[in-house]
Write a protein that binds this ligand. Structure first.
Ligand code: PDD
Length: 281
């Protein structure tokens, strides 16, 4: 496998960043993950818009103009022969002597791009069976709308899920309301058939898949409501599913050992997933 690292295309075995890189030392870095579907970078513009926003929020200057960045993404995909899979981008504040405050004078941002192939059959199997999830207490910082690589709570939550025989952890805030999954946004189909997801405030990542799914739902004539919902409402929902760039739209059939609806993936999740690629750019 080949990666792009600060101006060069290198094999993973030779790819390296400095031990003084602020991404390594402070998680002072942001990232993006895009799905590659039959050679197409799904929702590319929205992902790059969000990268710009994340960089702006933590005041890192974009490493290069957008056209150059897209050129690198495509070259990394080409060198790794990715047709179906994902591309990963990470930008850090760069390399400097360890000091919490920003380096002054400013240093050049570090920029890394990797890509990998993923067999679509793996997702297909998950779509057919659905996944299990657990709930965990929300313990992240107050700006999870910024897509930073500071993902330790997410890592621990997903590990806890795995050890419980589940595939996703669902964060629940102090009011008993659902925020999002460890690496996904969470949706329910409520009692009256409305698609419901939490409003995109500072308490969730405003997923690109989430945004595009709203376009899809509108095209399909499915009502969408952005409002908070409790764990109790989620457990009684007609359907529960999670969305994210690596899985698009994945049904959840069991939460904390409680079966959702009849325990099988619902029709809404399936319809939306099938319509998804018609609107993704
Ligand atoms: N995760 N919420 C969290 C905490 C996430 O990490 C992600 C994405 C999402 C969904 O966002 P999007 O639809 O833009 O992928 C929501 C990526 C895929 C990851 O960390 O691997």
């Amino acid at each position: 496998r080949f990666a792009y690292v600060n101006g060069r295309y290198v094999r993973h075995a030779e790819a390296a960043v400095s031990i003084e890189d602020r991404g390594f030392v402070f998680a002072d870095a942001v990232y993006e993950v895009c799905q590659i579907q039959q050679g197409l970078i799904v929702d590319l513009t929205r992902h790059l818009d969000r990268l710009d926003r994340s960089l702006g929020e933590i005041r890192i200057r974009p490493p290069m103009p957008r056209a150059a960045l897209v050129g690198i993404m495509r070259e990394v995909l080409r060198r790794n022969r990715v047709v179906d899979g994902m591309v990963y981008l990470q930008v850090t504040r760069g390399r400097a002597k360890r000091d919490h405050v920003f380096p002054s004078p400013e240093v050049r941002a570090s920029f890394v791009v990797t890509a990998k192939s993923m067999n679509p059959a793996v997702n297909a199997a998950k779509y057919a069976a659905g996944i299990k999830a657990i709930t965990v207490a929300e313990n992240r910082w107050g700006r999870v709308d910024i897509k930073t690589v500071g993902l330790l709570p997410n890592v621990l939550a997903r590990q806890q899920a795995k050890e419980a025989g589940a595939q996703e952890a669902i964060f629940v805030d102090a009011d008993g309301n659902v925020t999002e999954g460890g690496a996904t946004n969470l949706w329910i189909v409520d009692k009256v058939g409305t698609l419901v997801t939490r409003p995109a405030d500072h308490g969730i990542l405003k997923g690109i898949t989430r945004t595009t799914l709203m376009d899809v739902a509108e095209k399909l004539g499915i009502a969408v409501e952005e409002r908070r919902f409790s764990v109790a409402e989620m457990l009684e929902a007609r359907e529960v599913f999670v969305t994210g760039a690596t899985t698009i739209c994945l049904p959840v059939v069991s939460i904390d050992g409680h079966t959702i609806a009849n325990g099988h993936p619902g029709m809404t999740a399936q319809k939306i997933r099938e319509a998804f690629f018609a609107v993704a750019e």
